[in-house]
Design a binder for this molecule. Structure first.
Ligand SMILES: *Cc1c(COP(=O)(O)O)cnc(C)c1O
Length: 394
């Protein structure tokens, strides 16, 4: 895992255009901080969407090395990739929750992946695969307690539980989990929160009365893990907080929860030039230089995941000062007005990081783009190399 630069975020690897540095020491520390809050509940490291852009396999390996025994994936392909990378069932349970008809049920069973079931059609397809492979399924029944997305509506829940128990009695599956997901845990005090806590308690009680003996009951995502201890049950599913970002920025920055951002994004100036006042900048000329100035060309754009909505608003640190994206973000590049400063071509442009060097954070970019830090880090594209540092020997 060692690369030319293992020391930290300060220096971009020689010769690269742009790079996302992934601080695995921060990832471990964030997991420790989350565990310290959960009072006995286990922590699931949610590594869907390539670990929110941080690199699913490497982050999962680091989490497992740090003692995490549960990994969360959305799609079966994501779950299977973790197994293919050598993270076996003896090292971590992998729960996969976003199934579609015709999905790779048999492969998931053979790979020892825990399967979420929200509806009868999914149970039917799973049971067919169990009969085909001879491998019993580990099932987490998902209740819709109010999110209105995936999960089983209360009206259908008793029947789904009964069908699952019938299959369990035949030795085809084991119902190991009961779970649900919040709609607005990031808005403490939102009336849906108490309603979902109550709905989940009812769904669990009904299933347990029917005979389900779950290994884990789980409801909490990152914001609930940080703000709602009564939601922790046996397992919390943390994504964003593990990556060191605050899921409740209106209540507190990461440091207030003992977290520190894992990803920092840096690029290298590709050109610095003098231009006269009144010069249009980038497509559509949405920025015009107010006076004679210097422009810096930053070779990263929306193909790399820099939102086009950052046009005119995205903050960067270059040559010791904060600057804003001048004009439109293009597919591969954007421009900053350097206000007469003349940093050398090749100088580092810090887009976001943990803020220790005065650089913006992913949260700042979220605000600048009218979105969440979740989306900022998750969008960072495959064209941007990841550099890992601070990781454990694996
Ligand atoms: C993404 C996701 C999580 C993690 O959410 P965070 O807010 O990032 O912690 C947990 N559970 C489910 C079902 C998810 O889809």
């Amino acid at each position: 895992m060692t690369t030319a630069n293992t020391t930290g975020t300060a220096t971009l690897t020689e010769g690269v255009r742009a790079e996302a540095a992934i601080d695995l020491g921060a990832l471990r520390d964030n997991l420790a901080a989350l565990r310290a809050r959960t009072d006995g509940a286990a922590v699931m490291a949610v590594v869907k969407a390539d670990a929110y852009g941080h690199g699913a396999v490497r982050c999962a390996q680091e989490a497992v090395a740090a003692g995490v025994r549960w990994l969360g994936a959305a799609t079966p392909e994501e779950a299977l990739a973790l197994r293919a990378a050598g993270i076996g069932p003896e090292r971590a349970r992998v729960l996969c929750w976003l199934w579609t008809p015709g999905g790779p049920w048999a492969r998931a069973l053979r790979a020892g992946i825990d399967i979420s079931v929200s509806a009868q059609w999914a149970l039917d397809e799973l049971l067919a695969a169990v009969r085909e492979t001879g491998v019993p399924g580990r099932v987490h029944l998902k209740a819709d307690t109010g999110l209105g997305r995936n999960g089983c509506q209360p009206r259908e829940w008793p029947a789904l539980v009964a069908e699952a128990l019938r299959a369990q009695a035949e030795g085809l599956i084991e119902v190991v989990g009961l779970w649900s997901h919040f709609a607005a845990a990031d808005e403490p005090g939102h009336p849906s929160i108490q309603a979902q806590l109550d709905g989940f308690a009812e769904a669990v009680a009904l299933a347990e009365r029917a005979g389900v003996r779950p290994e884990v009951r789980h409801l909490a995502n990152s914001p609930a893990t940080l703000t709602l201890p009564q939601s922790h049950y046996d397992l919390v599913r943390t994504g964003l907080a593990m990556y060191g970002l605050s899921p409740v920025p209106q209540l507190g920055a990461p440091a207030e929860y003992g977290l520190r951002p894992v990803m920092s994004l840096t690029a290298r100036l590709a050109l610095v030039k003098h231009v006269p006042g009144g010069h249009g900048v980038s497509y559509g000329h949405h920025y015009t230089t107010p006076r004679e100035t210097t422009l810096g060309l930053v070779p990263i754009g929306y193909a790399d995941g820099i939102p086009r909505h950052a046009s005119g608003t995205g903050p960067v640190l270059v040559a010791g000062r904060r600057r804003l994206v001048a004009g439109r973000v293009a597919m591969d590049q954007f421009v900053v007005d350097l206000d007469g400063d003349t940093p050398g071509v090749g100088e580092e442009v810090l887009l976001f990081g943990n803020g220790e060097q005065g650089e913006p954070t992913a949260e700042d970019w979220g605000v600048a783009c009218g979105t969440l830090s979740y989306e900022i880090v998750t969008r960072i594209g495959a064209r941007v190399p990841r550099r890992y540092f601070g990781g454990s020997e694996l």
